[in-house]
Design a protein. Structure first.
Length: 111
């Protein structure tokens, strides 16, 4: 078990030293320093999460709502900081998902 935790610590350090992680928090700090921008990013994340949840649950989503979420996203990525923030966030999500998937598939644990 100690070896597994050592490897987990090493993996954590590698993630924290990655470009995506560093840029994510660099952009995050800039975003939270700007109240209006922070509010707009939070609003987008909330409505985007709601949209994804509705679709995953098989609920009908109006075209107007999808259009609203899309417009909000496109207005935000005009800001270079937000654009990089979203790109790095997606990269980190993919890294974590890939690590989990690799462990899950290789260990064949039925959780």
């Amino acid at each position: 078990m100690d070896k597994i935790l050592e490897i987990a610590d090493s993996l954590t350090k590698e993630i924290k030293n990655s470009y995506s992680y560093k840029q994510y928090f660099k952009c995050y700090d800039k975003i939270i320093a700007d109240d209006e921008l922070r509010h707009r990013v939070e609003e987008f994340k909330n409505v985007n999460r709601d949209l994804k949840n509705k679709k995953n649950n098989g609920e009908e989503v109006s075209f107007e709502y999808e259009k609203y979420v899309s417009r909000l996203y496109h207005s935000l990525i005009l800001n270079d900081t937000v654009k990089v923030y979203f790109e790095c966030e997606q990269s980190l999500i993919e890294i974590l998902n890939n690590v989990y998937e690799k462990i899950y598939n290789e260990c064949k644990i039925n959780l």
